[in-house]
Write a protein that binds this ligand. Sequence first.
Ligand SMILES: [Zn+2]
Length: 95
Amino acid sequence: MKTLDPSLLSNGMECSAIEYDTFAWPGGYPIFYVTQDNAPLCPKCANDNISLCACPAESQEADPQWRIIAADINYEDDSLYCDNCNQRIESAYGE
Ligand SMILES: [Zn+2]
């Protein structure tokens, strides 16, 4: 698993100013996010809860269920589901 591009992460006051990408560029592959407690999160949930997801580790608000520590592209996992909304996370080559 590759590490999240630091430019996707933010901290403190910038939390509300960023947005998590839904698709990787170049290629347009579907991205999913991984929280500190190792649960997959879809981009929609990441963006809906962006202040939690982008929360810095040292913050008192930091919640391992939400804090995103990595992003990856879902190439072919047909059974990857978001831990929050239970929606299937789109795969690039699946189906
Ligand atoms: Zn979700």
